[in-house]
Design a protein around this ligand. Structure first.
Ligand code: ADP
Ligand code: MG
Length: 225
């Protein structure tokens, strides 16, 4: 496998402070098109793991490699955080356009057809075209989560990091959003690491499953094996 196409953590230890390592000796490598799910008890370090891959936090030990670099290029990583980080007074359209803009430095890009197209395509894919001009604060929890997914899809990332991104969705919306994200990953040969507490859903989405337990990240098997 070409390292420039892969995402991985090698002898990686993560945490916020050196004397409080959360997970250690992590070794995982993902190739294009691959989806990995991580579960584990609350507070064990799952969100910290995604933050480390997102480049928001430095590893305590070892290294992260994102398409051959220790930090991703602008726009390359789409992070769907557990706390969504949407701009609450701004509209659905504005928030999703922020995603489409990520990775483009030109001041003119937001006015381009490509930016418009990516924005509307993503909003449509999560079924929120009728809420285009609605401010985030007027949406339900599930609708807000769909905006966060759309923001990431509009960005066209090579790596998606999704933290319990299906929470608060009703069954029907959940399968729709799940399918859109899976389609995106497969069609674009992207890579996805997701934190998912629901085992059934993790099995549905992921090629491989890891569980965080006793300070380690253990691979519990290839899906379908
Ligand atoms: N910004 C931070 N600074 C210091 N400690 C933190 C910070 N964020 C989270 N923690 C602590 O790190 C541990 C792991 O948190 P987290 O990765 O969010 O767990 P999980 O996502 O598995 O529930 C928890 O004990 C949490 O309190
Ligand atoms: Mg978490």
């Amino acid at each position: 496998m070409d390292e420039d196409d892969a995402v991985g953590g090698y002898d990686l230890s993560i945490g916020y402070e050196r004397d409080a390592v959360l997970l250690e000796d992590i070794n995982m490598s993902l190739k294009p098109g691959e989806i990995v799910a991580v579960n584990g008890a609350s507070g064990i370090g799952k969100t910290t793991l995604l933050r480390t891959f997102a480049g928001l936090l430095n590893p305590l030990e070892g290294k992260v490699s994102i398409f051959g670099k220790t930090k991703a290029d602008r726009g390359e990583v789409g992070y769907i955080p557990q706390r969504l980080g949407l701009i609450r007074h701004a509209s659905v359209h504005h928030n999703v356009m922020m995603g489409a803009k990520a990775g483009h430095t030109s001041a003119w890009f937001p006015f381009s057809k490509v930016c418009k197209h990516h924005t509307l395509e993503a909003i449509d894919s999560v079924g929120l075209m009728h809420k285009l001009r609605t401010p985030i604060r007027k949406l339900s929890g599930g609708q807000q989560r769909r905006v966060a997914v759309a923001r990431t899809l509009a960005q066209k990332p090579r790596l998606i990091l999704a933290d319990e991104f299906l929470s608060e969705l009703d069954e029907e919306t959940l399968s729709m959003v799940m399918q859109k994200v899976l389609d995106y990953v497969k069609e674009n040969n992207a890579i996805m690491i997701l934190v998912e507490h629901d085992f059934e859903r993790a099995m549905q989405m992921a090629d491989r499953l890891f569980t965080a337990v006793d300070g380690k990240l253990v691979e519990i098997g290839a899906n379908g094996a």
